[in-house]
Design a protein around this ligand. Structure first.
Ligand SMILES: CC(=O)N[C@H]1[C@@H](OP(=O)(O)OP(=O)(O)OC[C@H]2O[C@@H](n3ccc(=O)[nH]c3=O)[C@H](O)[C@@H]2O)O[C@H](CO)[C@@H](O)[C@@H]1O[C@H](C)C(=O)N[C@@H](C)C(=O)N[C@H](CCC(=O)O)C(=O)O
Ligand SMILES: Nc1ncnc2c1ncn2[C@@H]1O[C@H](COP(=O)(O)OP(=O)(O)OP(=O)(O)O)[C@@H](O)[C@H]1O
Ligand SMILES: N[C@H](CCC[C@H](N)C(=O)O)C(=O)O
Ligand SMILES: [Mg+2]
Length: 487
């Protein structure tokens, strides 16, 4: 694409008058620059991309987009906010791919990954080629690619959507994190449906207050726009049981459809019963009742099913097909995943790393556990510190044998993280501290007797543990399996 044509999309008050050049790619990392790239300088949290502009030019950059003048031999286009501009240029360069896709965005503290997989399954079961972007990976059809962030920055995102369109994807489902919304990573994404799961405490290291965290989440609903698309209507799918939904409703002019359990909603779950193979309930829509028997357990799973059901319903997918897809879902990796290695006690690996998710999972376990409940849990370093004492207290409140250990300590001292956790459990003496995660898992496995339950929380599908700057191979499921075998 020609540079002038590309820059027209920025609608600068003083249009670019410089040399017109062929732009072969857009990059914001000098290490990816090739001959003819437009290099965008982004001031990051760690380094300033402006400091890499000269290197980018050396690597072949034809032009540079920056927030201040730079002494370079190629054209330097100055804008106030390169991150905002990057989203616009990425969308234009890749041919506005989200306009060619049915795009479903999911936000909320917990349940995004699970719900996105449910929605993807409903569309895939209909023979539709799907795309998925989220915490575990980016997926195009059956191929998966590693993802660094739950929601990547705009350039990576638009490139991925472009690839999806090229490979025949019709429907893309993505998790939209609060960081992404706040940092404008999804600017320009033409969402058709925005889904809200729930809002509880997390990420206060970044957002500082719950109000700010909620405001960031509300941007997804604001982004559905204020224009009506009567041929392709846009929908906000909101959780009637979560008070934050009111703010999200007011943030959008799109059609609002609610789901819920405890509060009256357009799509409601009633008569919820736990069975030996999962959960049975009825989905009530007006006068109609649709029985469903899913293979997952817990009230939180019912919420995820309702959110997915509603998102699919607004696209006009027949109810019996939606129900069939949801009933045949066995689970999502690392979410309430059972480790079965011939033992006579239950071992569950789950991604609960927030107070609310830990409480939900432990409450669910309490519904069926007959004997001891072990929980092996830690808290991530360089993340919200205020959730640490809360998670520890929840572990002690619901489990008979809580074991505090390390999650991903990152740059923090693991012992200091454990001290933050301990601050929440002054009134308890039931817990044990084993800083080494493997030792903690082995200890729980060795202590368990027939009929007990062990919950290993926090890392779910993760296959690594980050201690300092080192990333080690670590998979709770494999460690637990080996511990069971060696018992
Ligand atoms: C705080 C934050 O969001 N950081 C994100 C940010 O990194 P950063 O600001 O540190 O970037 P930087 O390293 O300073 O680089 C600045 C610029 O210089 C460029 N650069 C850098 C080095 C170099 O040699 N050459 C070069 O050109 C970089 O390409 C970049 O354009 O930009 C990176 C690239 O897009 C992100 O990967 C990174 O996410 C980090 C890994 C992260 O941990 N983010 C978390 C907080 C996050 O975003 N989490 C959410 C939600 C998680 C959930 O609840 O599910 C998520 O969506 O993942
Ligand atoms: N609807 C829900 N409400 C509360 N907790 C949930 C819900 N769904 C899942 N959980 C719990 O939260 C954990 C994380 O679920 P999931 O990975 O689907 O959430 P997420 O929003 O994608 O999280 P992240 O922001 O870390 O990517 C699960 O392992 C489970 O313990
Ligand atoms: N997306 C979440 C994942 C946390 C997972 C937990 N294992 C941790 O490392 O804290 C985050 O980055 O905060
Ligand atoms: Mg996720």
């Amino acid at each position: 694409m020609r540079l002038k044509k590309l820059l027209e999309n920025l609608h600068l008050l003083t249009p670019y008058q410089g040399e017109d050049l062929e732009i072969t790619s857009i990059e914001n990392d000098n290490r990816k620059v090739q001959k003819g790239s437009l290099f965008i300088c982004i001031k990051g949290y760690t380094v300033d991309g402006h400091d890499f502009a000269a290197l980018a030019v050396k690597n072949g950059a034809a032009a540079v987009l920056a927030e201040r003048p730079l002494p370079l031999e190629v054209p330097v286009i100055i804008v106030k906010d390169t991150k905002r501009a990057m989203a616009v240029l990425a969308d234009a360069f890749y041919g506005q791919p989200t306009k060619k896709l049915k795009l479903i965005g999911i936000t909320g503290t917990n349940g995004k990954t699970t719900t996105s997989h449910m929605i993807e399954k409903i569309f895939a079961d209909r023979g539709c080629k799907t795309g998925l972007i989220g915490t575990m990976y980016t997926k195009i059809g059956d191929k998966t690619f590693e993802s660094k962030n739950t929601t990547p920055e705009s350039l990576t995102l638009q490139k991925t959507f472009h690839q999806m369109v090229g490979e025949g994807v019709e429907t893309a489902v993505m998790e939209v994190s609060s960081h992404a919304l706040d940092l404008g990573r999804v600017h320009g994404c033409d969402f058709d449906v925005a889904v809200f799961t729930n809002l509880t405490q997390d990420h206060l290291d970044y957002h500082k207050t719950m109000e700010e965290y909620k405001r960031a989440k509300s941007l997804l609903f604001a982004q559905l726009g204020n224009t009506f698309h009567h041929q392709n209507p846009k929908f906000a799918v909101l959780n009637a049981d979560d008070p934050a939904s009111e703010m999200f409703r007011s943030a959008t002019a799109a059609h609002v459809v609610t789901y819920g359990i405890d509060t009256e909603a357009d799509i409601q779950a009633q008569n919820i019963q736990m069975t030996s193979t999962g959960t049975k309930f009825e989905i009530v829509i007006g006068e109609n009742r649709y029985p469903i028997h899913i293979q997952l357990i817990g009230k939180f799973s019912v919420y995820n099913v309702l959110a997915s059901f509603t998102a699919a319903l607004v696209f006009g997918i027949p109810i019996r097909q939606i129900i069939h897809s949801l009933e045949s879902l066995k689970g999502v990796a690392g979410r309430f995943e059972l480790v079965q290695a011939g033992q006579d006690f239950t071992v569950i690996v789950d991604y609960a790393h927030t107070p609310d998710s830990l409480e939900n999972v432990l409450k669910t376990i309490r519904q069926f556990a007959q004997k001891k409940i072990f929980v092996v849990v830690g808290c991530g370093g360089d993340r919200d510190r205020t959730k640490r004492p809360l998670m520890a207290e929840i572990a002690c409140r619901y489990a008979t044998h809580p074991i505090f250990t390390s999650d991903n300590p990152r740059s923090e001292d693991p012992i200091a993280i454990l001290k933050d956790m301990e601050a929440g459990v002054a009134g308890y003496s039931s817990y044990k501290i084993i800083p080494d995660r493997k030792e903690a898992i082995v200890y729980a496995v060795n202590q368990a007797s027939s009929g007990d339950v062990i919950l290993i929380a926090g890392k779910g599908h993760e296959t690594y543990q980050q201690i300092g700057n080192e990333v080690y191979e670590f998979d709770d499921r494999i460690v637990a399996r080996e511990a069971i075998k060696e018992r």
